[in-house]
Design a binder for this molecule. Structure first.
Ligand SMILES: [Cu+2]
Length: 133
């Protein structure tokens, strides 16, 4: 009986591990923004992905609204981009959704991000390792 409970716990642990989304965190180059990126699907795939970005002020950790964002998928190791143009919608509370993040092949991809707010311009690169077919 004890053994069964133990096995069940292992199964639950394995399940919860796979259902946790991968969140990539990075700082913008000028150090103004902390960027959290989460993909849909959880692990990015060859094809269409949605990337949800959360922008926080590095110092205050408050969400930053009203940022104009450009996001370009780029496969740095091969020096090419995507065949689709990604587009961004601001959702409020520092959340921005990037749609049509279209990875054309398997491997490591970067999302090259330009952030503009008032007179601030900053850049960031979010890397997605091992994009799979
Ligand atoms: Cu490539």
């Amino acid at each position: 009986m004890k053994k069964r409970v133990f096995i069940l716990l292992i199964v639950l642990a394995a399940f919860s591990k796979t259902s946790v989304a991968e969140i990539v965190e990075t700082r913008s180059e000028e150090g103004k923004f902390l960027i959290k990126a989460q993909t849909e699907p959880d692990h990015p795939i060859v094809g269409n992905n949605v990337v949800t970005l959360t922008l926080l002020d590095v110092r205050s950790r408050n969400p930053v609204e009203g940022v104009r964002i450009e996001a370009v998928p780029w496969m740095t190791i091969h020096g090419h981009g995507s065949s689709k143009k990604a587009w961004v919608t601001e959702k409020g509370k520092g959340v921005y959704v990037v749609e049509d993040v279209f990875f054309t092949m398997a491997g490591d991809w970067d999302l090259l991000i330009t952030l503009r707010k008032d007179k601030i311009e900053d850049k960031a690169i979010v890397t997605f390792k091992n994009v799979k077919k």
